[in-house]
Design a protein around this ligand. Structure first.
Ligand SMILES: [Zn+2]
Ligand SMILES: [Zn+2]
Length: 302
């Protein structure tokens, strides 16, 4: 709860009209687990409003905390905070612990050039388990990436981590998560297309480990769900309790404005991914993925 003084400060910093109800584009409420905190005061609300998203978890570095808190103050109950930091920062564990004490409900996204089973992530897997908050990690392998860039390299080692930290709720995100939806991963491209070969690592891990969840956000999630529609319906059905809707969309208005490079130019990723889930899952499964699962996993009261 914010007090009156904080509210007035936030309101002065970010003058906004009283929020109108979000247009119901999806037949019910939607929570986005992957919304980066925006620098403009009303940016997150504008994006959500345009895409028909009622609630969002703001991925927030310490230097963005004021913006995230202003968004919360302007729209009570709409936004939650997930705390992010640099994995190489020696204070990472202390800073994330403090953030959770101050109200953050998760860690992430964590995106740095470390190993998926390296010491930087392992200490935070353990800490997330102790604090009982989900931890979202960006997995992207060397061969998938231009210029040898990688993040949480070695997703093949994730099963060992899931076993070693059974109390920890892992939320897997990004290229390697979704490249491995198929058993034959074309590692030479970021967004492999074509038929999915059943038995991919991600499909298998979601089935085998109760403490693994997957974030549908970003180009990688949208690509995985769109490349083989015949496969998608079964995948959504099979992992209906493990998939979490997220956007990671950089467009400004929730309708594609400002998305002028890369895939899906002129389109809002939030809408693109929600459209696929809406079309290919039953209404009950859609509601789980867009709303219920996140409330359970992130312990948010509806
Ligand atoms: Zn990411
Ligand atoms: Zn968008």
């Amino acid at each position: 709860m914010i007090d009156r003084r904080q509210f007035l400060l936030a309101a002065a910093a970010a003058p906004v009209a009283l929020a109108a109800p979000v247009e119901d584009l999806w037949g019910g409420p939607v929570i986005d687990i992957h919304a980066h905190t925006r620098s403009d005061a009303n940016g997150n609300a504008t994006h959500c409003d345009g895409a028909g998203i009622s609630h969002a978890i703001l991925l927030t570095r310490a230097n963005q905390l004021d913006n995230a808190k202003a968004a919360q103050a302007a729209h009570p109950g709409r936004f939650h905070i997930s705390a992010s930091t640099r994995l190489t920062d020696p204070n990472a564990a202390a800073d994330l612990t403090k953030a959770v004490k101050d109200g953050a409900i998760a860690f992430g996204e964590l995106k740095d050039p470390v190993q998926a089973d390296g010491p930087e992530l392992q200490r935070l897997y353990a800490l997330a388990g102790e604090l009982d908050v989900p931890i979202m990690v960006h997995f992207q392998e060397v061969p998938n990436s231009p210029e040898g860039v990688f993040f949480a390299n070695g997703i093949k080692n994730l099963p060992k981590m899931l076993e070693k930290y059974p109390k920890t709720k892992f939320v897997a995100h990004a290229n390697s998560t979704w490249g491995n939806i198929t058993a034959v991963n074309n590692v030479n491209t970021d967004y492999p297309t074509g038929k999915i070969v059943p038995g991919g690592l991600t499909d298998k891990m979601l089935g085998d480990y109760a403490n693994l969840y997957a974030d549908l956000s970003a180009n990688s999630g949208q690509n995985a769900l769109s490349r083989d529609p015949e496969f998608t319906t079964g995948f959504l059905e099979r992992h209906q309790d493990k998939l979490l809707y997220g956007s990671d969309c950089p467009c400004r208005d929730g309708k594609g404005q400002g998305r002028d490079t890369g895939r899906l130019i002129g389109k809002c990723l939030s809408r693109e991914t929600l459209s696929i889930v809406k079309k290919q899952a039953s209404p009950a499964v859609f509601r789980k993925i867009a709303w219920e699962n996140t409330h359970r996993v992130y312990k948010i009261k509806a």
